[in-house]
Design a protein around this ligand. Structure first.
Ligand SMILES: Cc1ncc(COP(=O)(O)O)c(C=O)c1O
Length: 402
């Protein structure tokens, strides 16, 4: 056996065991798009989707993508350097205006947007300062920069959501410039960053720039869905925001907001932008159509999401379930045990409700949970069904609080 076969075999041990026991929960193939879909011919409602405004399958979005498909096909066969369309440029201008920034750059994924932005700025004069629960795109951008000759920034972590810890790290960093990287909402826990305190701390330190990844806040927070900065009246005080089309914007794609110079610098430096194919125009058209809808009635859409989230939160808490640190529409049901998470997930799935378990190493041992995201696309019936199943099977499998 070659070493790659041996390595694969030994590292797959845990996964093979779960597959054999028929409790492996990932990569289950859906048979259609949207929150209401099916697996193996069985209908289900998906509570682990990030389609927060439930607009991914809106007829207008699908129609716009169809039209763009006829004109631009599925792909542009090159990177943005030589495959930019009027649709990309128009959407960037509209997004910048809507979100209140001078400029915007659309990447092919949010992951690439973050990696490229970090790589474009981090060098020997920089300390990258990360929350210790950062998303993989922040970690990977950081480690890539740290491991790249000629870049090699200092890397420091602060305690999750602690402005005090951040202040300490910024105060004793070794490099002249600091780039602080946080998320608006942390997607595994559903808690918001204490953004006012963090902005204040960053403003108290010289040469310190804050970057907010608002993947889960764009389109969900603030009266007009402009995200965590709108919600906490901080627009104009954070120089860089990174986001994505893969949650509320109905498709896939990364977004960078900043000043014209910052965005143009990233545009000419970010290898994840320069050396990967441009976002297909049907996806651009879908995002542009969702932006039309936000421009038209963001207040109504966002309010509806929050009404539904409040209903589900009350239902989950009334049952006694433990929602961990959640304060948003992302409300993990804490199981705090791998077997409980896997078995509850399977029982729910058998009954038409998908809540994907998150287990080690995605979270620490003892923090296993079910991913529960409430979206505007869920109905009262969906939520009542999920609550009733959680009550029955959560009790049967001994979930904390039941
Ligand atoms: C906080 C955060 N940032 C970035 C991303 C990456 O976005 P994308 O799916 O567009 O690559 C995600 C997606 O999971 C995320 O949760």
């Amino acid at each position: 056996m070659s070493w790659i076969e041996e390595k694969a075999k030994s590292e797959l041990e845990r996964i093979r065991e779960a597959q054999q026991k028929q409790v492996y929960p990932y990569f289950r193939p859906f048979e259609s798009g949207g929150l209401h879909t099916s697996i193996d011919g069985k209908p289900l409602v998906n509570f682990s989707s990030n389609d927060y405004l439930g607009l991914t399958t809106h007829p207008k979005v699908i129609e716009a993508a169809h039209k763009a498909l006829d004109r631009f096909a599925c792909g542009l066969s090159s990177s943005r350097v030589q495959a930019t369309t009027t649709a990309h440029v128009e959407l960037e201008q509209r997004l910048a205006k809507y979100f209140g920034f001078e400029a915007c750059l659309v990447f092919t994924t949010g992951y690439q947007a973050m990696v490229g932005t970090i790589m474009a700025f981090a060098d020997k004069d920089t300390t990258l300062v990360l929350d210790n629960l950062s998303h993989a795109c922040i970690l990977d951008g950081t480690f890539l920069a740290a491991g790249t000759p000629m870049r090699q920034p200092e890397v420091r972590f602060f305690n999750h959501n602690s402005a005090r810890s951040l202040n300490r790290v910024l105060g004793n960093r070794e490099r002249k410039n600091a780039m602080v990287l946080i998320e608006g909402i942390y997607s595994l826990d559903g808690d918001e960053a204490p953004i006012r305190e963090i902005v204040e701390v960053c403003e108290q330190h010289e040469n310190t720039v804050l970057v907010v990844d608002d993947a889960h806040g764009s389109g969900t927070l603030g009266k007009h869905g402009r995200g965590i900065l709108e919600k906490y009246e901080l627009e104009g005080r954070v120089p860089i925001v990174v986001s994505t089309f893969s949650k509320t914007f109905g498709g896939i794609g990364g977004i960078l907001f900043g000043t014209r110079d910052v965005v143009d610098h990233v545009k000419h430096q970010a290898r994840s932008f320069l050396f990967s194919a441009s976002l297909p125009v049907p996806i651009v058209a879908a995002a542009a159509t969702i932006l039309d809808m936000l421009e038209d009635d963001a207040e109504g859409l966002v309010a509806e999401l929050h009404e539904k989230a409040a209903y589900m939160r009350k239902g989950l808490l009334d049952l006694g379930l433990d929602l961990g640190m959640s304060t948003t529409h992302i409300m993990p049901v804490m199981c705090r045990d791998e077997a409980k998470a896997l078995f509850t997930h399977i029982a729910l799935l058998e009954n038409g409700v998908l809540m994907v378990p998150i287990t080690y190493p995605g979270v620490k041992k003892g923090e296993e949970r079910l991913r529960v995201n409430v979206t505007r696309g869920h109905t009262r019936e969906d939520m009542d069904k999920a609550l009733s199943l959680l009550e029955t099977y959560g009790r049967a499998f001994g979930l904390p609080g039941l």
